[in-house]
Write a protein that binds this ligand. Sequence first.
Ligand code: A2P
Length: 339
Amino acid sequence: MARQFKVAVCGATGAVGNQMLQCLEERDFPVGELRLLASERSRGKTLTYKGQSIPVQVLGPDSFQGIQIALFSAGASTSKQFAPLAARAGAVVVDNSSCWRMDPAVPLVVPEVNPQDVAAYTNQGIIANPNCSTIQMVVALKPIHDLAGIERVVVSTYQAVSGTGQKAIFELEGQLKALHEGRAPEAKVYPYQIAGNLLPHIDVFQDNGYTKEEMKMVLETRKIMGDDSIKLSATCVRVPVRYSHSEAVNITTRKKITPEQVRAALAQAPGVKVVDDPAKLLYPTPLMAAGQDLTLVGRIREDISQERGIDLWVVADNIRKGAATNAVQIAEILAAKYL
Ligand code: A2P
C-alpha cells in the first residue's frame, strides 16, 4: 500500500479549510489520519471526509503531536502563534496566511512556477501559500516570462467576497435578500454595502497609498518568480461576486511577442486553460472558473498603446487554486519527494 500521512487542517471550519478537506478528498491525497482543528467556537462540531464524520478539535499547543503535514488557514495571528509549534512538533506546515510569506527563510510556492523552492521547507518547517490574486496571476505570467521576459505589469483585480471568508459570503447574501425585500442592507464585514457596489479597498492601507493586498501582489510576485527586477503596480477591488477572482493584466515584455505566441505558450502551460474566442463570445468569467482548479486566460491581445505590450484577462477560483488547491498541491510535492 502507498505510504500514508498524518494530516492536520487548522481552520477546517472556514471557507478555505473546508475546501482543503474537499481537495484532499478529490485528489485522493494519501491521508492516514486526519485531525481537524478550529477555535473554541467550533467545539462539538463535526465535518465529513470521505463519508466519515470527524469531530473538530479545539486548537491548542499539543494539537500537532504526531502530525506530518499541517495545512493552516486560520488567519495570520493563529499562524504566527501555532505554525512554529507545529513545526517544532515535527510537522511541515503549509500556511495560507500572509504571516510567513515574505520571511526570507520561508519558501513561497506556486507548484506550476517554482516547485523547486519546496526543498527550502527544511529551514523553518514552514512553506507559505501565496495570496490568492498573486497565485492566479503568476500561473499566467510564468510562461510569458520564460518566453519574452517581463519588465512591468499593471494589474487591476475584481475579487470575490469569499476571499474575506465565510462571513463575507453571508453578508453579500444577506444584503441581496434585504434589497430584494425592500429593507436596508446591513454592512458589518466591509465598511460599505457590497451588494450592487464595489470597493477599491482590500486589506489595510499602507503609507505609500497602496493597500496591503496590492503590495502583496508586488512583493510575492517577485519572490515566486525569483526576479526582483519585475516592476508591478496593482489596484485591488472587491466586487459582489461569490467565488473567483478576475484580473485585467497589462504586461510590458523585454522582447516583443505576438498574441499568437502568448496563446501558444499559455495553451501548453501547466494549470492554464486558454478560453479566448471573442467571435464565439468565449472569455473567462467568475462563474465559469468557479469549482475548477485551472486558471482561465482570455482576451489575449496586443496593447495598442506601447511597443512591447500584451493584455490578458485572468480568472480563477480564489478558494480552490487561489488557496486550498495550491496548498494541497504543495503537500503532494512534499509527500512525493521530501517526506
Ligand atoms: P471557527 O470556525 O471555530 O471560528 P474564515 O476564513 O472562513 O472566516 O475561517 C477562519 C477559520 O479559522 C475557521 O475555521 C476558524 O474557526 C479558524 N480560526 C479563527 N481564529 C482561530 C483561532 N484563534 N484558533 C483556532 N482557529 C481559528
